[in-house]
Design a protein around this ligand. Sequence first.
Ligand SMILES: NC(=O)C1=CN([C@@H]2O[C@H](COP(=O)(O)OP(=O)(O)OC[C@H]3O[C@@H](n4cnc5c(N)ncnc54)[C@H](OP(=O)(O)O)[C@@H]3O)[C@@H](O)[C@H]2O)C=CC1
Ligand SMILES: O=C1O[C@H](COP(=O)(O)O)[C@@H](O)[C@H](O)[C@H]1O
Length: 539
Amino acid sequence: MAHPTPAPIIPPAGPVPMPPASPVLATDEYVTVVVLGASGDLAKKKTYPALFALFKHEFLPPTAQIVGYARSHLEINDFHARLRSFIKTKNANEDKQLTAFLANCHYRSGQYDQAEDFQQLDAYLSDLEARFARPPQSRNRIYYFALPPTVFVPVANNLRDHVYPRGDHAGWARVIVEKPFGHDLESSRALGRALAAKWNEHELYRIDHYLGKEMVKNLISLRFANVFFASVWHRHAIHNVQITFKEPFGTEGRGGYFDEFGIVRDVMQNHLLQILTLVAMERPVSLTADDVRNEKVKVLRSMSALDLKDMVLGQYTASPDGSKPGYLDDKTVPAGSRTPTYAAAVFHINNDRWEGVPFILRCGKALNEAKAEIRIQFRDVPGAGMFPSPLSRNELVIRVQPNESVYLKLMNKEPGLSFRQHIRELDLSYQTRYEGVRIPDAYEALLVDVLRGDQANFVRDDELDAAWAIFTPVLHQIDAGAVEPEPYSYGSRGPAAMTAFMETLGVARDRQEYHWQGKPTATVAAPAPQPVQQPQSKM
Ligand SMILES: NC(=O)C1=CN([C@@H]2O[C@H](COP(=O)(O)OP(=O)(O)OC[C@H]3O[C@@H](n4cnc5c(N)ncnc54)[C@H](OP(=O)(O)O)[C@@H]3O)[C@@H](O)[C@H]2O)C=CC1
Ligand SMILES: O=C1O[C@H](COP(=O)(O)O)[C@@H](O)[C@H](O)[C@H]1O
């Protein structure tokens, strides 16, 4: 195969100034970000918009260069035009910023398994470093895998062998890997071994983008920076914990990818389980990555492998009016597929703090609303009978999205001459309490962590292993078609079996009508945004 020589880099018009201090990178550090799979879906929808946002808000130094790499042959102007169509700007100033950002975005095409192509990439990066890094700045490289998992290993090997920083001022190298990290315990271990053959654990950043969401990052502050939560955060006060993810759209023509995984691998084994560990873990010794992850691993190791009898699985059918197709109507889904698009499961954490408390994880596509939340339901008040009104259980709700908020539902005396109790809430709605404050996208927050070298919000190898150990036995049964998922209509609340499932676990619904009086939230089915999914293998 012919390998074209790298295009010469346009010589600088004048001396490149030392970059201003970045809040995340010291002045003696220079960084190049290499986006592998730059022509794909994830790159254009998430990676580049997040990098632009960091550039715009001066978290990415203006000299940092971004090099896209993929197999497609793309002219740089076409590549920039493609990025422009996915990066929204609000005014002329942002347009100017985008033009400046794109001037730092390069593109190289090459195969994923060819050493020579990676050697040429290395030469290209070295040229850029010679131009933009100012000695004594160290020359650091971030490699972002926006790639199908089939090429993770050859790309990781080629990068380590041919594109690793070396020579004078060589700095650090960090690899960002996107899920799926295998499809069960065995495949995850095989992938882990292959990556570990060339890379150190401290260089690997396994992304679970839910760990970058503002309210998920807030969990550690809520729990450990407030004495009143710490004092009720255990089985004596909490009856159950519900962690819920709902999407109001189905696979919408991308069922081919989804069908290989199903909702348990797509959302529950990673995003929801990660949230569970942050809700349940003990106070870490410090906020350093390993102290936090040590506590998360302990939670996972205190959980038994999931059993099918502790699950409800569902698959959506067409909406009652026929306007929305069922899962099996998606042409990309294999006929007769039993892949679940909805799953609920109950977990128990076998330790002193949580014994007997059900942790209920629920996730589904094509449901009645868009919502991700953590709902901590407290125990019933003893002696509630002395009150004239039925008492509902207190609930602490942490709304991850949309409309981030923390609210505590409590019983309050109706004001006035009445002595009745009604449900009200202590409400920290971000829209009103942090009016005008921009909440960064999860990918931005995680890229900042990578620039800082903070792995606390990334999944460690033993954490991943423990997570797969919990799910692998049921996943194998589901894969073997052992369960027929219960049908539920597109746009509904999920399978009918959920009502009995929640009742059996002792989850109580409000015992009075409750209507929140605050600003209405847009939780009802909205036009479906296209989900970002791991690009399908093009190999
Ligand atoms: N700051 C804010 O943004 C605040 C917003 N609110 C809003 O007020 C409304 C009520 O709040 P809240 O009570 O916390 O939440 P919800 O009414 O959304 O749900 C409460 C719980 O009851 C379940 N549930 C809802 N409908 C049914 C049903 N028909 N059968 C069985 N279970 C059901 C829900 O499960 P499921 O998820 O499966 O439906 C959820 O677990 C919500 O729209 C909320 O967003 C309230 C306070 C503050
Ligand atoms: O990882 C995934 O997450 C998205 C939902 O992410 P969100 O940030 O939009 O809540 C989901 O649509 C997709 O199926 C899954 O792979």
